[in-house]
Write a protein that binds this ligand. Structure first.
Ligand code: NIG
Ligand code: FE
Length: 412
């Protein structure tokens, strides 16, 4: 089946030309074509061009969709989420308003452990239903790839339960999903820290590996959670099963997470709110994508990752929502793009690249997703008529999406 999208005011994100990620000054280049068309063949992008060059054969597609002067963008790619979780934690939201910090809440046994208690009581079916609802909301807001982490199980059975839910989502939803094993999110209530780290290494990782339930492995490498040494042991155990690392680093302190991540060939190091100049140098020349989560800084009233500095140093940056019940209960990537502009001083072009091609890279998917390129999967959205690309982050709460296509088919 061939679908033609015609009368596109501006086709956005059509300039990556086979690059798997954009770095430094390249990030301000957002390939655009005005008055454009886009042809989809089955699940993939076939070709695109200017309306004035649209030939008759292309115009006779099986289905013709009139963009009516809206723009077309590649779907957002969200490379860091925790959307498989039980219930919500708005009580802690109020505790924070009253003055408690995220760390204080965690120390008194709340936070992640609260979510783990709730998840323990929930059936796999209800957990799936709750997570699908969040994924659907994200799809309709323009997200076409989602990384989802475990990490609210904190014992072997419940971590496996979470990963099975993610596997079922991969099989049943049109959005592209990759899974990350985050047993090392917090220490499960019934264990001491060393016991729990051994459990992750000796029992959880081999079982997750045998059942092929995770593409990647993550550790919350930060003060009060897991040390650099523990992180290194866990990453080495994951590597034996082919799980590349994606690390929670430098959120609460300059934790050594970037260094241990890069040393273990991490695909991404995420958060980075407390990152310093020396970590930027550690990233240089590596294949690791620094990934900022500005929604978390906004929601927790924390510093923002130094994304401007990282780009000015010649490196790439990705952004993600971090959608989770504690530090940012939102998967709205358009708002993340606005925050990247407003709070981290990225240009709209840089922020959009950070939320598409570079975020696809941060989940190992940029060969097939993250830009408008012949042969890539046809994940894109059509906007309402809008005056310019800059309007997207500027109008920071206005919904702009008119129609969403994933794998070449419209999603309702
Ligand atoms: O990325 N920082 C660690 N993990 C999550 C928060 C999880 C939670 O509070 O439930 C994050 O912000
Ligand atoms: Fe996170």
């Amino acid at each position: 089946m061939r679908t033609l999208i015609k009368n596109i005011k501006t086709l956005v994100g059509a300039g990556s030309e086979g690059k798997l990620r954009l770095e430094g000054a390249e990030m301000a280049q957002l390939g655009t074509i005005d008055n454009a068309w886009l042809l989809v063949d089955g699940e993939r992008i076939s070709s695109f061009g200017e309306m004035r060059c649209l030939d008759e054969a292309t115009a006779c597609a099986d289905l013709v969709v009139d963009a009516q002067g809206g723009m077309v963008l590649p779907s957002w790619c969200d490379p860091h989420t925790h959307i498989v979780y039980a219930g919500s934690r708005e009580g802690e939201f109020v505790d924070k308003i009253r003055g408690m910090s995220y760390e204080e809440i965690a120390k008194r046994g709340g936070g992640i452990l609260n979510s783990a208690d709730l998840l323990h009581t929930l059936t796999e079916e209800s957990l799936y239903e709750q997570a699908v609802k969040r994924a659907r909301e994200m799809m309709l807001k323009g997200t076409g790839c989602i990384e989802i982490k475990s990490g609210y199980g904190l014992n072997t059975a419940d971590e496996l339960k979470m990963l099975r839910v993610i596997k079922r989502m991969k099989e049943t939803l049109p959005v592209k999903i990759v899974s990350t094993f985050l047993g090392a999110h917090a220490v499960g209530r019934q264990y001491t820290q060393p016991e729990y780290v051994n459990l992750i290494i000796d029992e959880m990782i081999p079982e997750v590996g045998r059942q092929k339930l995770a593409d990647y492995i993550d550790v919350f490498c930060d003060t009060g959670f897991f040390t650099v040494e523990e992180t290194a042991r866990i990453l080495e155990a994951g590597a034996k099963w082919g799980m590349l690392p994606k690390i929670h680093a430098d959120e609460l302190a300059s934790s050594g997470g970037v260094e241990v991540g890069v040393a273990h060939n991490a695909l991404s190091v995420d958060h980075l709110e407390r990152m310093t100049d020396s970590q930027i140098e550690v990233l240089r020349g590596s294949g690791t994508m620094p990934t900022a989560l500005p929604g978390t800084s906004f929601f927790l009233n924390m510093p923002f990752a130094p994304a401007r500095k990282i780009i000015d140093a010649g490196l790439g940056v990705a952004v993600a929502s971090d959608y989770n019940p504690g530090s940012t209960p939102s998967g709205d990537m358009k708002f993340v793009v606005s925050l990247a502009c407003i709070k981290m001083r990225l240009l709209p072009e840089e922020a959009i690249n950070a939320a598409t091609i570079n975020s696809a890279y941060a989940m190992g998917l940029s060969k097939d997703y993250g830009s408008i390129e012949a042969g890539k999967v046809a994940n894109f959205f059509i906007t309402e008529p809008i005056p310019s690309v800059n309007f997207i982050p500027y109008a920071y709460t206005s919904p702009i999406i008119s129609r969403v296509f994933l794998k070449g088919e419209e999603v309702h």
